[in-house]
Design a protein around this ligand. Structure first.
Ligand SMILES: Nc1ncnc2c1ncn2[C@@H]1O[C@H](COP(=O)(O)OP(=O)(O)OP(=O)(O)O)[C@@H](O)[C@H]1O
Ligand SMILES: [Mg+2]
Length: 223
């Protein structure tokens, strides 16, 4: 794989979508503080998300997250498998081809979301989830995962302010606290996960991200 796979993680409303777009603009030299170097290297930046990065994924996202699409509750194991199906399709149909042609892929959620939400949040078996993640990804891991670490209450308030809330956002505060604990545990045990203080302003959060990406671009020999 010659491209780079950068994942954004964290609880609802932490600013993943906002920060991914700001980072794309900065990488492409369109941001306010864009870099001189970005004009001399020809970067392709692809934004995608889970669930929903492919046509199949979009249909699965509707089933998984739109509150009124199904008149029946999706059972927890079925939910887990639907997320895995989304991921398997996403990896093969979109992420691998992008990485093979050298793109930088910015992905909103990945395997750590399944560990945090279905594992810590719903209480499903963590070993089983890890195996399933492996099956779905074929072992492909991110080159860097940025964990937007925000207080659960602040994140949910931001998500609610944004308007229409999805199925996950409707879950109880206790559920979201368990998810948060999942991310805390994951970041303790994985050096590829970098925590970002996401309680700050958009600009302050973006600055932290740009600092980390700058170091990585040097490490990855882009600059
Ligand atoms: N640093 C910030 N300060 C205040 N509001 C913010 C900040 N970052 C994003 N927002 C706003 O908070 C809301 C949630 O942000 P965003 O949609 O980027 O989060 P998200 O992590 O993608 O959420 P979700 O997990 O629900 O997809 C949006 O309305 C966004 O404009
Ligand atoms: Mg989002």
């Amino acid at each position: 794989m010659i491209g780079k796979f950068i994942v954004f993680e964290g609880v609802e409303g932490g600013g993943k979508t906002t920060q991914i777009e700001l980072l794309r603009d900065w990488l492409l030299g369109k941001g306010e503080s864009s870099q001189v170097w970005s004009k001399s290297i020809d970067l392709e930046v692809v934004i995608t998300r889970e669930p929903g990065g492919t046509k199949l994924g979009k249909a699965l996202r509707e089933l998984l997250l739109s509150p009124d699409v199904l008149a029946e509750k999706i059972q927890e194991t079925a939910e887990l498998l639907l997320y895995a199906a989304d991921r398997a399709q996403h990896i093969e149909a979109l992420i691998k081809p992008c990485l093979e042609r050298g793109a930088i892929v910015l992905c909103d959620r990945f395997i750590d979301s399944t560990i945090a939400y279905q594992g810590y949040g719903r209480g499903l078996n963590l070993e089983l989830i890890k195996q399933l993640n492996y099956i779905a990804t074929g072992g492909l891991e991110s080159d860097l995962t940025l964990w937007l670490d925000i207080d659960v209450e602040i994140g949910l308030a931001r998500a609610k302010n944004r308007g229409k809330i999805d199925k996950m956002e409707q879950a109880s505060i206790e559920f979201h606290r368990r998810v948060q604990r999942g991310y805390q545990e994951l970041s303790k045990n994985n050096s590829l996960i970098v925590g970002i203080n996401a309680n700050l302003t958009r600009e302050e959060v973006q600055k932290q991200i740009q600092g980390i990406i700058m170091q990585k671009l040097v490490e990855w020999s882009y600059i």
